[in-house]
Design a protein around this ligand. Structure first.
Ligand code: TXD
Length: 317
């Protein structure tokens, strides 16, 4: 069987890390596209030159020509501008909407059968723009945010409880960013929900509240430390988990930004919910019951995404 072809649109910090992980995990060959083709070509060659040491044969090229992504099985989009200190994700709206419009055209023309993962911020709006402009079926276009947000939440919970990250599961939904909704009663240590762990005296509600707040601000904390640019190792790892589930038909249940069609009482826009990712793309949306408080938080998060889409439409970009 021929190797899978993975196209990375954007060869910046996340793009380069994605290519490296694809090589290490032997997921397929890589085409990196960037408006700076030299950067894409340089990173592709550099990573390919680590193959003999690490034992992978992925072929990697960098390009400034969309025709090179022809027939890609998976496309991961990071093209755009990252946040700088003091900037909100929403400040990126105008700048990145134009970029995503071009990317959508390229995918529509050369890789219409691909599974497309958008990472560019503001995530929930950009993935919607990408799906609308490319015309690809909604089940083949998803946004990465929830896997990252829940990974951050899992890490902080594991640190609080002094247990392995492997035994912590977390349930996060809603839009990416400040309005993200972590559901603590569906977050567990080896199946034991966080509220039970509070009752068992493993932690306190105050500490969990602080962890929830730190998770929602997880990206900002890193932006502040880095001083230039935003997180890239964990975002890249998160998108690879999604790509892997599609390519290997693993049917993992992952929180992803997907188009809702009446689920959760919401319609026709992208927001983060748990879904099954398999060979068919988004194969199932998991609809859990909310308490009144959770529903209010989720609806508030959806309102923030919808407002941003309205702002975008008003720009007429
Ligand atoms: O959870 C999440 N979804 C995120 C999102 C977590 C972290 C970062 N997130 C966002 O990903 C971030 O706010 C940015 O919008 C993207 C990409 O982040 P990265 O850190 O990789 O940014 P870089 O290093 O600036 O890389 C962006 C690349 C850079 O090489 C540009 O030259 C290129 O995008 N670029 C383009 N490529 C193709 N086509 C166009 N038009 C273009 N414009 C810029």
């Amino acid at each position: 069987m021929a190797r899978k072809k993975i196209a990375l649109i954007g060869a910046g910090n996340i793009g380069g890390t994605l290519a490296h992980l694809i090589g290490l995990k032997e997921l397929g060959d890589v085409v990196m596209f960037d408006v700076f083709p030299g950067v894409a070509a340089g990173k592709a060659l550099d990573i390919m030159q680590s193959g003999p040491v690490d034992g992978f044969d992925s072929h990697m090229v960098g390009t400034g020509d969309y025709s090179a992504i022809e027939g890609a099985d998976v496309v991961i989009v990071t093209a755009g501008f990252p946040r700088m200190p003091g900037m909100s994700r929403d400040d990126l709206l105008t700048k990145n909407a134009g970029v995503i419009g071009q990317v959508a055209e390229g995918i529509k023309q050369y890789a219409p059968n691909a599974f497309v993962i958008c990472i560019t911020n503001p995530l929930d709006v950009m993935v919607w723009v990408l799906q609308q402009r490319s015309g690809l079926p909604a089940e083949k276009v998803v946004g990465m945010a929830g896997v990252l947000d829940s990974s951050r939440f899992r890490l902080f919970l594991a640190q609080e409880f002094g247990v392995s990250v492997e035994d912590v599961t977390a349930f996060v939904l809603g839009g990416h960013g400040d309005t993200m909704v972590p559901l603590t009663r569906y977050s567990t240590v080896a199946g034991v929900p966080v509220p039970d762990l509070i009752k068992m005296g493993w932690t306190t509600q105050e500490k969990i509240d602080a962890i929830v707040a730190r998770t929602a601000n997880g990206g900002g904390e890193i932006v502040k430390l880095l001083e230039r640019g935003s997180a890239f190792y964990a975002p890249a790892a998160s998108a690879i988990a999604m790509a892997e589930s599609y390519l290997l038909d693993k049917k993992r249940v992952l929180p992803c930004a997907v188009m809702l069609n009446g689920e959760y009482g919401q319609d026709q826009f992208y927001v983060g919910v748990p879904v099954v990712i398999g060979a068919g793309g988004v194969e199932k949306i998991m609809e859990v019951e909310f308490t009144a408080e959770e529903k209010a938080a989720f609806d508030k998060s959806c309102d923030a995404v919808k407002k941003l889409i309205a702002d975008f439409k008003a720009l007429g970009v």
